[in-house]
Design a protein around this ligand. Structure first.
Ligand code: AMP
Length: 480
């Protein structure tokens, strides 16, 4: 699949794509769009940044156009469930952008804002409703919304929804939907509970997947520092003070660990905030907004909470703990060096277990990472040096090589970035060319743990186009 033309999307949609400067489908789009256009259920493993929103929005818009029917009052034809308000706003923006020539009606139903306006927006019915699960149920329970006309259901970032405790809400919602519908289900990881949820919701789904790659990694200076467990916090603080940090994202494996790091940094005068599943949505959004605006330069996050964070100008990623899934390392460090920029990723490694994780990572990215040893003498035998050598030893920095990500750089600030933000503005996206990316297809959902590093191929991460409008109550109803 080399161009969007090959999909045979309805003309108004193709026109909108041209205007968006989308030239080449991304791997997840190349796999998903043709399947979904035939009406098949799809389960996809893909991260934010791979173009998955268009992967589900385009075929749905095409199918809506093929059979334009009147939407009943208080109803919708397309229901998209997403974990957060921010992501919901972005998804709605995307639908409206791709549907700009088809007089699409759409609105948001998200928590944290008064329900009255959402009830009014839904009064006449809309074609596309993007919602967070809790608010959607509230609307249904208060008779503001009926789900009997839903023909298309999208579940986006399913793993994050589970992490945020939405599983029961999702089950309830799905129980109220017509059996005859098309369901598109996306998750960045596919552990057992997500696979079971997908199994219960989908009918004979096609499976698609993309995995991240070395190409993202190549512009990132990677440092591995061997430390004693007890010294991690101190060394992190030192590094944050010494390094020319613009914005730093620090990853920990656990929520508790994230809080501990924030407290430790506060003790030495470094202001940081944490985002993870135990924080309220308001809390998380406030922390993210402060990080975007440059009010805080250091954000500590768990992997799931960090997903979907789309912040420009992250100069440094720190791995306070190494992840036990090697692909996660690539996701993490891919937060820096976006849009062609260079970045630094520093991992603190203590003990044999983390050293094992490091070897898995090196095998995946096919780079041997030089170690800096800051352990106190006498403890050094606890974390042996690597015994196997990955195929290449290119040192800490790999030379940039035809970055796929460059083709996807784009303009504008992220939604919540304040005008005073220090983050570099990205150049306007000049037409995606994802030539360096290769789709990977998995015939069955891939377990999140113990990821197999063989056969991983390239996927460039795209950067979300900022569209100006993220007000919580946004109904799109063109004049008829
Ligand atoms: P997503 O993964 O859906 O959040 O998309 C990430 C960003 O990539 C968004 O800003 C999209 O507008 C952009 N994008 C998606 N598909 C393409 C494409 N085929 N070509 C260029 N940009 C794209």
């Amino acid at each position: 699949m080399t161009s969007f033309q090959d999909f045979g999307l309805a003309d108004p949609i193709s026109r909108a794509l041209k205007e968006e400067n989308y030239l080449t489908p991304t791997p997840i789009q190349a796999q998903t769009v043709p399947l979904a256009m035939t009406g098949r259920d799809v389960v996809g493993i893909a991260q934010t940044g791979t173009g998955k929103t268009a992967a589900f929005a385009l075929p749905i818009l095409h199918r809506i156009l093929e059979n334009r029917v009147r939407v009943q009052p208080k109803s919708c034809r397309v229901l998209v469930l997403s974990p957060t308000r921010e992501l919901s706003g972005q998804i709605l923006d995307s639908f409206n952008a791709y549907g700009r020539h088809i007089r699409l009606t759409s609105t948001l139903a998200i928590g944290g804002v008064p329900m009255g306006r959402q009830v009014r927006s839904l009064m006449q019915g809309v074609e596309v409703l993007v919602a967070t699960p809790g608010r959607l149920l509230d609307l249904v329970q208060s008779n503001g919304l009926k789900l009997g006309q839903v023909e298309f259901l999208v579940l986006d970032e399913a793993d994050r929804m589970l992490d945020m405790g939405f599983i029961n809400d999702i089950r309830k919602i799905v129980g109220k939907l017509p059996i005859k519908r098309q369901t598109l289900f996306f998750s960045a990881t596919m552990p057992k509970d997500i696979a079971e949820l997908a199994e219960a919701m989908l009918r004979d789904p096609a499976r698609v997947a993309v995995t991240p790659v070395a190409s993202t990694v190549e512009r990132i200076t990677q440092r591995i520092i061997q430390v004693d467990f007890a010294a991690k916090a101190g060394i992190l603080a030192q590094l944050l003070k010494q390094e020319p940090v613009d914005r730093a994202l620090i990853f920990t494996r656990t929520k508790h660990g994230a809080d501990k790091v924030v407290k430790g940094l506060a003790k030495v005068g470094i202001r940081a905030d944490a985002i993870h599943g135990n924080k309220s949505q308001n809390n998380r959004e406030r922390a993210l907004a402060a990080f975007r605006s440059g009010e805080i330069r250091t954000l500590v996050a768990t992997d799931i909470a960090a997903r979907g964070i789309d912040v420009d100008g992250i100069s440094h990623v720190f791995n306070f703990d190494l992840p036990n899934v090697p692909e996660t390392y690539v996701h993490r460090i891919g937060r820096t060096a976006r849009a062609g920029a260079e970045g630094v990723a520093i991992s603190l490694i203590a003990g044999a277990e983390e050293m094992g994780y490091l070897r898995d990572i090196e095998r995946l990215i096919r780079v041997a990472l030089p170690r800096e040893d800051r352990r106190t003498p006498g403890t050094r035998d606890t974390a042996p040096a690597p015994s196997q050598k990955p195929s290449q030893n290119r040192g800490a920095r790999s030379a940039p090589r035809g970055h796929a990500a460059n083709g996807h750089s784009h303009g504008g600030r992220s939604h919540e970035q304040s005008p005073g933000s220090k983050g570099p503005r990205r150049p306007r996206r000049g037409g995606g060319n994802n030539a360096a990316s290769q789709p990977t297809r998995h015939e069955s959902p891939r377990p999140a743990q113990g990821g197999n590093s063989e056969g991983i191929q390239g996927v460039a991460f795209l950067h979300r186009e900022s569209r100006p409008n993220t007000q919580p109550n946004r109904t799109h109803r063109p004049q008829r």
